[in-house]
Design a protein around this ligand. Structure first.
Ligand code: SF4
Length: 434
């Protein structure tokens, strides 16, 4: 069957659609990209913000209108919370987040999965039949290890859409990573809704630590990266694992606000003091560590003074990169019914201020590495005059660019690279070897 897979939203959505891609290809189905006709369309939707929900609706409409004969399956968080709307937009099948795990079996059981092509395509470790858009860019694989969340942050619709926390078995994850290493992957990113809670639902409070140690012991994966970790899940001794150089020195710790009062209204289980202590402990233990974060501006009731407090604390934490979000009212969350919802222009102005700070912090962090030589995993290239402009990432998630002659292939190679200067959005690199 010709299958088109699309996904928007978080790394978990990407990891789910990539796993589906690998499973479909291993069954001999052919993945097609944008502009190619498919028999089956699967869209993994998102509803984390109002704009994300709007985009989900747009994509469903486009897929339906563009392919009236094909089967359209919609899953993901927008489908979970707005199933009827998805049906009205023309989906043939709406699959909720719990059923998504077994989507292929479900399609087969409903007779929606036809015979695979007689000559199965060759498994291309980095391209999966070279469909454009899907996984072609990734030389690293997002591995879903956990789903759901038991916390109740007051702004968060994810915990509503994805349900209670649940962990995948360690053995299953090891098998998947070993298969990816065999297929040539250099890096895997452990992903979850609440990654730090991995194993707790099975009675293992040190579940994530155990999982990381098992991956490092039982696979030859060159680079292991962790996606978002809630700060309250970590203790200082957690960072001792970074003595192992395959565990990459990058932590994404969502702070959401740097103001105590706002954190309390958000239902976030951290404080300025706790967060600051954790950051100090991590920096004291992990060399070249980059700490990135999520910051929300315009949360209900956020006064000018609270925002100024948040800005000041974010500056003090000297993050390597900020992911900035304007508060988005989500029906079904506690924050949606809070008083003092702020007007959009206020949130826009605060977002502008936070971005200015974020740009400065990012430049400061990158500047520290000019003159160093670091291993870079090269990922993508684009033509640049008579040369190719490559981009890749260091272990601590610094984006690096370099240029080569067109016949030089750097894709998916880890090469020691001199970091010789700053460009507007990256570090400029000089290869130590080709
Ligand atoms: S920890 Fe909070 S923000 Fe994160 S998924 Fe759970 S409820 Fe949402």
């Amino acid at each position: 069957m010709r299958i088109r897979l699309d996904s928007i939203g978080c790394r978990l959505n990407i990891s789910e659609i990539e796993k589906m891609a690998r499973d479909f290809v291993s069954q001999g189905h052919r993945l097609v990209g944008p502009g190619e006709l498919a028999d089956l369309y699967i869209f993994n939707s998102c509803t984390v913000t109002q704009p994300a929900a709007r985009t989900s609706r747009q994509i469903i409409r486009q897929l339906r209108r563009g392919n009236p004969q094909a089967t359209l399956v919609v899953t993901g968080c927008y489908a979970q919370l707005s199933a009827q709307a998805v049906e009205e937009l023309g989906a043939d099948l709406v699959v909720d987040n719990q059923q998504k795990e077994n989507l292929i079996q479900l399609l087969a059981a409903k007779g929606l999965l036809h015979e695979a092509d007689p000559i199965p395509p060759v498994l291309d470790p980095l391209g999966f039949g070279n469909p454009k858009g899907l996984s072609a860019e990734h030389t690293r694989a997002f591995i879903k290890v956990q789903d759901g969340c038991n916390n109740r942050c007051t702004f968060c619709i994810v915990t509503v859409a994805r349900g209670a926390a649940r962990s995948r078995p360690v053995a299953e994850i090891i098998t998947e990573i070993n298969r990816l290493v065999e297929a040539g992957y250099q890096e895997a990113v452990l992903s979850g809704v609440h990654l730090g809670f991995y194993g707790h639902d099975e009675g293992h409070p040190n579940g994530l630590r155990h999982l990381i140690q098992t991956i490092l012991a039982k696979t030859d994966l060159p680079r292991l990266r962790l996606s978002s970790l809630e700060p309250w899940d970590l203790q200082a001794d957690f960072f001792e694992m970074w003595q192992e150089p395959r565990l990459l020195p990058h932590l994404h710790l969502p702070l959401q606000s740097g103001c105590e009062a706002t954190l309390r209204r958000m239902g976030r289980r951290t404080t300025q003091a706790d967060f600051s202590q954790l950051v100090q402990a991590a920096r004291a233990t992990i060399a070249d560590l980059s700490i990135t974060t999520d910051i929300m501006v315009g949360f209900p009731g956020e006064t000018e003074a609270e925002f100024a407090d948040s800005l000041a604390f974010v500056e003090k934490m000297a993050f390597a990169k900020l992911h900035i979000f304007r508060y988005s009212k989500r029906v079904g969350t506690a924050a949606a019914t809070m008083k003092n919802q702020l007007p959009a222009p206020v949130a826009q102005e605060r977002s502008r201020h936070m971005h200015l700070l974020g740009d400065q912090l990012e430049r400061n962090f990158r500047q520290q590495f000019v003159g160093r030589t670091m291993p870079v995993l090269w990922e993508n290239s684009e033509p640049c005059g008579y040369a190719l402009q490559w981009s890749g990432f260091t272990g601590n998630y610094l984006r690096v660019t370099t240029q080569t002659l067109p016949e030089i292939k750097l894709r998916n190679k880890i090469i020691e690279t001199h970091l010789i200067g700053l460009t507007p959005a990256a570090l400029q690199g000089k290869l130590t070897r080709i």
